[in-house]
Design a protein around this ligand. Structure first.
Ligand SMILES: [Zn+2]
Ligand SMILES: [Zn+2]
Length: 344
């Protein structure tokens, strides 16, 4: 076939001319000189076709170009590349490079364009900054004050659960605020549904229980709008607490599905139900137990020095103590001494 412009003989013609002449006359693609992109100034996500997406700037540029480019329809195997030339406040000059195959011939073309960033707060950020919340988790402890360290740990767990939900594109997965009050810490959440899921996980992880109290706060599009307060209660006792129950002294080993307790006199491990533990009395914690010397271990008997008076005291040997034990930590309670296992 003969090109009507240059007269060359070629295999294929496009619009009556050869590829060479076609490229001189026409562009392979069109893109506006200025293209707008919407970015949330708070979290940096980009708005595309009704959705907010958390992507890198380079990826956003490419997405933006792909949505605004029109490519000559006969081009095959098209590939679009974006190269940043210059970034100034709110503007980025880029080179758009298009390559592909036209009638069996590899072709490439470049064009300069400018991306302008418009700022708009995304749905999630405007909710957060507006103080929006649907659920509150109150962190408390059953029959005692929750300790600082415990609360910090629970808050961290809540954070990671919220993060995990946000990764699964839950738009309401955010923490509005954390309030530390005299009676405990409250965590405000964007989603009440998530609040409940989190409380279930907290009970799985820490034991204890939670209650929920919904409150009608108004109407939205005709539907009643509720906020829910979840009161999560850490269990009465924690690992390492020494307690008295049924005239026996136990140390709490764990608290999943009831309390696993170790009898400090016999060394026997038992599981206590939540109901029976309610009658238990707190004595102390293993963390404050003093160390003392074991003078001898013989059969079912052992002798230790009283950690305060240093007088020798003969005790029944619990199963967790053996002949090799030379030093031991003890609990002193109502004139009696209770040895603690070494591994505690
Ligand atoms: Zn030609
Ligand atoms: Zn945002």
């Amino acid at each position: 076939m003969i090109c009507t412009l240059c007269g060359r003989e070629v295999k294929d013609l496009i619009e009556g001319v050869c590829t060479e002449c076609f490229k001189k006359r026409r562009s392979l693609f069109e893109i506006p000189q200025v293209v707008k992109i919407i970015r949330c100034p708070k979290c940096g996500s980009y708005f595309f076709r009704g959705n907010w997406e958390e992507i890198e700037y380079e990826e956003a540029l490419l997405r933006c170009v792909k949505e605004n480019i029109s490519v000559f329809s006969e081009l095959e195997n098209e590939e679009i590349e974006v190269e940043i030339r210059e970034i100034t406040e709110g503007r980025t000059k880029i080179i758009v490079r298009l390559s592909g195959v036209l009638k069996g011939e590899e072709v490439e073309e470049e064009k300069l364009t400018e991306i302008r960033i418009s700022k708009m707060q995304c749905e999630m950020c405007s909710r957060i900054s507006g103080g929006y919340y649907e659920g509150v988790i109150q962190i408390r402890a059953e029959g005692r004050r929750a300790e600082e360290e415990e609360v910090r740990d629970v808050v961290e767990t809540i954070y990671s659960l919220v993060e995990r939900a946000a990764e699964k594109r839950d738009k309401k997965a955010f923490i509005t605020k954390i309030e530390r009050r005299k009676d405990g810490t409250n965590v405000y959440l964007g989603s009440k549904k998530l609040g409940k899921q989190i409380c279930k996980k907290l009970v799985e992880e820490y034991g204890g229980s939670f209650t929920e109290a919904p409150e009608l706060v108004g109407r939205e599009n005709g539907a009643e709008k509720y906020r829910v307060t979840y009161s999560f209660r850490l269990p009465r006792f924690k690992k390492g607490d020494v307690i008295e129950l049924w005239n026996r002294v136990f140390v709490v080993l764990s608290r999943k599905r009831g309390y696993k307790c170790l009898d400090l006199e016999s060394g026997e491990e038992i599981i206590c139900s939540e109901e029976s533990i309610e009658r238990a009395k707190y004595i102390s914690s293993v963390s404050s137990a003093p160390k003392t010397v074991v003078t001898y271990v013989r059969g079912d008997e052992m002798e230790v020095l009283h950690p305060i008076s240093y007088s020798p005291i003969i005790l029944q040997r619990p199963s967790f103590v053996d002949e090799r034990t030379k030093e031991i930590r003890v609990i002193v309670h109502s004139d009696r001494i209770y040895p603690l296992p070494e591994w505690f």
